[in-house]
Design a binder for this molecule. Structure first.
Ligand code: NDP
Length: 254
């Protein structure tokens, strides 16, 4: 009973930003839960997809797709549906961050972050929802927001990131209500500081400062998000939509 509830067997999940970091890590867990895998990333994720297919004995495909480009998303989604025979779940995860003082910031930096983190989430969710609803299919979406949607990180200055992630949380709730009677559930996860390529780019001094503010006393491993994503994508959460699940080692609790 319990195993079936969390199983993704017979499903195909699209993961954006799945060539590294959280996306790549979660893609492996979704495959382990039985799902076939489709990766959209700016970079060619063919090798990642091949490795997942071999390790978990599922089907996997990869497409170079910029989530800020609705035409490209449509083309890649059509190709993925044709190749895989359909799509059922979406882990809408690609995101970027640019730090910088607001007084000094260039307009293009603001636009770049909002374009990937908020517009990108919207464009992919829209194309996926459109595909499901016009085909009379049910499905589930998990968007990646951030604890930065609820708090302002310090000491780094990142208003574009924080605002874009707050937008993702409310977009999630809005789509959850809009599609509630269509059998499409939309939730999001809000990770705290996780060990990925994104955070590895920062200095050790900054990471140590973050760690000193996290009640758990450490950054999270991307693996520690897998349970939340599988719960929200699977039949274990059939009465849950519009939820923002914060997974942050207690950072936002204090
Ligand atoms: P990474 O930078 O490690 O991975 C992000 C992936 O998304 C990369 O492969 C990247 O490609 C890809 N990507 C970036 N822009 C686009 C685009 N326009 N279209 C398609 N793919 C794109 O980040 P994380 O794994 O750390 O982060 C994943 C998500 O989790 C993001 O939304 C992030 O904001 C969020 N998050 C991360 C936290 C953390 O501490 N790491 C905390 C809270 C939330 P490329 O490498 O070429 O840029």
């Amino acid at each position: 009973m319990l195993k079936n509830m969390f199983s993704l067997k017979g499903k195909t999940t699209l993961i954006t930003g799945g060539n590294q970091g959280i996306g790549k890590c979660i893609a492996r867990y979704l495959a382990d839960a039985g799902s076939d895998i489709v990766i959209f990333d700016l970079n060619d994720a063919t090798k990642t997809a091949e490795n997942i297919a071999e390790e978990f004995q599922v089907r996997a495909a990869a497409y170079i797709c910029d989530v800020t480009n609705p035409t490209m998303i449509k083309e890649c989604m059509n190709a993925a549906v044709k190749k895989m025979g359909g799509l059922d779940c979406l882990f809408n995860n690609a995101g970027i961050s640019i730090h910088g003082d607001t007084i000094e910031a260039k307009p293009e930096d603001w636009l770049a972050v909002v374009n990937v983190n908020l517009n990108g989430i919207y464009h992919v969710a829209q194309a996926f929802g459109r595909y499901l609803i016009t085909n009379g299919k049910k499905g589930t979406i998990v968007n990646t927001a951030s604890m930065s949607a609820s708090i302002v990180n310090i000491p780094q200055i990142q208003p574009s990131y924080n605002a874009s992630k707050a937008g993702v949380v409310h977009l999630t709730k809005s789509l959850a209500v809009e599609w509630a009677d269509k059998g499409v559930r939309v939730n999001c996860i809000s990770p705290g500081y996780m060990k990925t390529e994104m955070t590895a780019r920062e200095t050790k001094e900054l990471r140590d400062l973050w760690i000193s503010k996290i009640p758990f006393g450490r950054m999270g491993e991307p693996d520690e998000l897998a349970g939340a994503v599988i719960y929200l994508l699977s039949d274990a959460s059939t009465y849950t939509s519009g939820l923002d699940m914060i997974v942050d080692g207690c950072y936002t609790v204090v």
